[in-house]
Each structure stands twice: as C-alpha cells, then as structure tokens.
Design a protein around this ligand. Structure first.
Ligand SMILES: Cc1ncc(COP(=O)(O)O)c(C=O)c1O
Length: 407
C-alpha cells in the first residue's frame, strides 16, 4: 500500500522537529504552504554562497551559471508537467500572478464586450477577482458553474453555459476549501468541443497528482512553488505556444524586449516576452530542488499515501460530536474542511494552536463557498506527504478537547 518511508521523509524537513507551545509541531496547513525539505534549504544557501548573480544579462561566469540554473528549472518544469516546449513555461511569482497575467493579456486580445468567461462556484479569490476586473474593463460577463451540497460541480449546468460568446473557462483542479478533485477531462472536452480554451488552477493539485498537460490538452496551467515543497515567490504559467504567441506582453521592462528605441520597441520571444524585469532568481533556481524532491518520492506513491491518510482522518474525525464536513465529494484530495455545532472555527484553531497543531481557519480565500454553505468559515486540515496517522490522532484529540471547552 505504502512504498514511502514516512519517518525518513519527515527527517528531510528540519522544521518538523521543532516544538510549538511546548508541544511537538503538527503541521496541517499544507494547503496554505508546505514546509521545505533540507534539499531546498541547501539549494537556497548554495545559490547565495556560490552563484548569486543576475540572469539573462552578464557575460561573466556567475551570471552564466545562474542563468543556466534558472533555465534548468524551466526544463525541469517542462518535464514535470510534460509540456511540449520549454518556452511554453513562463516563470512567474506564483499562481495569482499567473492568473492575472492570463486575465490581462489573453483578455486584452480575445475578450470583448458581451463575451463570457466561465469560472466555478468553488474558486479561490485569485481565480475570481482577475476575471471580474477583466469583465468590468471589457464589459464582458462572468458565468459561474454551480455546485451541489457535496461540493461537486453541476456538469449539466456547465455544458449548457458554453456558447459562442464563451472566451475562456478557468477552474481549479482541486478546491483548496473543499478538497474536491474536479472532472477536468470532461471540463476540457466540453470546452474544446466549442473551441473554448481552458485554464486550470493547479495550485492544490501539482503536489498531489501527476499532471500531463499534453495528455490533458489543457491550454493554460498555473501553480505556485511554495505549495509544492519549494520556495515562495515563484510560480508557473504553462501556456500552449499558440496562445502565448497570440497574447501581448504582460509588463514592460528589461528582458522582455528585443530592441528598444523611442520610436519603436520590439518584444522578445517566448518565454522572455512574459518575464519582464529581474525575476526571483533564488526561488526560480531552487524550485528545481523541490521538483527533484517530489520526483524522488513519486507522485503515485504520494497520492496513494495521502489518500489513505485522508480516509483515516475523515473516519476518525467523525468521532467528534456535532462535526459537519464541508466538502464531501466522491473525488477528494488532501483537504478536510469542517465546522462543529456550537463552536466558531477560529476558536477551535486557537485551541489547536495551543496544542502545537497548525490548521487554517476562516474562509480560505473562497468566500462564495462559505456563503453557499451559510457558514463564516471552516477549520481546514490540509495534508502533505510528511503527515502521519499519529498526527491525525493528535488532531482528533485536539478537536475533541476544543469542543469540550467551547460547547
Ligand atoms: C486553488 C488555489 N488557487 C490559487 C491560490 C493562490 O496561490 P498563491 O497565493 O500562491 O498565488 C491558492 C492559494 O491558496 C489556491 O489554493
């Protein structure tokens, strides 16, 4: 069942040895950000110790090796998501930055008055607000695929929404608030049948599920380094060459140009056209180590282990009197959101923190989801490959204790 040595994996993450409030840290806020293995921390040290220099500029030695290392990451990402070309991988600041790039540049070229963009009822704010901003500027219309009580998309409603005015579908692969794994193959198939491109927000997917952009035939895929055991400040926008070439640049500045004069500026080729200015070099280079780390464990092994842990957590938490799970889709990944009768999620979070247990409480940047369920927020435990059943036991005991204190 489990090919991974979880204790050895835990030993790779130095922070997991620390205590919080005098208790061993139980870190269950991986949906917000994951902890970093020693290999990533070492890579960051090595970058500043041996390599620090700007990229894509200097002829000097350090600039060449940092440029090479930055480009190694691009190719590593290409392999990781099985993109056809390395220049279809744009290095960004993160998921939010990647979505804003597409909303701005694709929007500028392809979205006009009266056109429609489709998102879903379970999106993170970063996959709602950029589209609202675009629709406001372009006088376009934002359509929202509804979901049922379990947190599953209404695919009939979605199919009925697609029409000649639809210019893009942008949905998450895995919901950060509910854990739902969306039927993305069907979402893409239906959109493509109407010649509509699809953007997948894979912020909560790349660290749990194998993704092959060519097999999915997805048009855009976005994710963040810091949620996949990598550094903050770096993310990815994958886009099919045909779309990226047809889109205008995002920001103007260094690196994204071929020639600049006061009369006329010409833009650089992909991927640099979309990478204006000095990037987060340290994070760009060390994302490589995070992908190596995931590859060394194997996403199939990670998924099998995390699925088992999710099932265990879901079963054990049912012991808590008055618990209500928010998000009970058949297909789920690594997120358990819940509320408990007579308690506020925040109060449970504070008590868990006193016990050294880190969870997230609140609306998880998905306020419309909370509104649909008529709740102010949830307690969310989100899992990573280093979590254990013992930690789930600690969570269950902690929630029971919190409920006993609060109700
Ligand atoms: C599904 C989803 N999309 C987008 C984001 C935004 O990611 P970032 O803050 O790294 O840009 C998150 C972060 O929690 C997320 O969970």
């Amino acid at each position: 069942m489990n090919n991974l040595d979880i204790q050895a994996i835990r030993a790779d993450f130095p922070i997991l040895k620390r205590e919080v409030n005098g208790k061993p840290l139980v870190y269950l806020d991986n949906g917000a950000t994951t902890q970093k293995p020693q290999a990533v921390i070492d890579a960051i040290m090595a970058y500043y110790t041996d390599m620090n220099s700007n990229v894509h500029r200097g002829v000097h030695y350090l600039s060449q090796i940092s440029t090479d290392a930055f480009e190694v990451t691009r190719r590593k990402v290409q392999e990781f998501i099985h993109a056809e070309h390395d220049y279809e991988v744009i290095i960004t600041k993160g998921t939010t930055d990647s979505i804003n790039l597409v909303a701005t540049c694709y929007g500028q070229e392809f979205v006009h008055e009266g056109d429609e963009i489709i998102i879903s009822a379970m999106e993170h704010h970063s996959n709602i607000v950029p589209w609202q901003m675009l629709c406001e500027t372009k006088k376009a219309v934002l359509k929202v695929i509804p979901m049922n009580e379990a947190g599953e998309l209404d695919m009939d409603a979605y199919a009925a929404m697609l029409n000649d005015k639809t210019k893009l579908v942008s949905v998450n692969y895995v919901s950060n608030a509910l854990g739902t794994i969306n039927p993305i193959r069907e979402i893409i198939r239906l959109a493509h049948a109407k010649n509509v491109p699809v953007l997948l927000d894979a912020a909560q997917a790349v660290q749990h599920l194998k993704i092959d952009v060519q097999e999915l035939d997805v048009d855009f895929l976005v994710f963040s380094g810091h949620k996949m055991y990598g550094p903050t400040g770096v993310g990815v926008l994958y886009g099919k060459e045909k779309w990226l070439n047809a889109m205008p640049p995002y920001q103007g500045g260094g690196d994204m140009i071929k020639d600049v004069s006061f009369e006329k500026t010409t833009y650089n080729e992909l991927p640099f056209k979309f990478e204006a200015g000095t990037p987060n070099i340290e994070a760009g280079i060390t994302l490589n180590a995070a992908i190596d780390y995931i590859n060394s464990l194997g996403l199939d092994n990670i998924k099998a282990y995390e699925d088992d842990l999710l099932a265990y957590a879901t079963e054990r938490l049912q012991e808590v009197e008055g618990i209500r799970f928010i998000g009970t889709a058949k297909e789920k990944s690594s997120v358990i959101s819940f509320v408990v009768d007579g308690t506020h999620p925040y109060d449970i979070g504070v008590i868990l923190d006193k016990l050294g247990i880190a969870v997230r409480t609140g609306h998880h940047c998905a306020q419309p989801v909370m509104e649909q369920y008529g709740i102010p927020g949830t307690v969310r435990a989100s899992l990573a490959v280093y979590n254990t059943k013992e930690e789930i036991d600690a969570l269950v005991a902690g929630v029971k204790r919190a409920v006993a204190m609060l109700v």
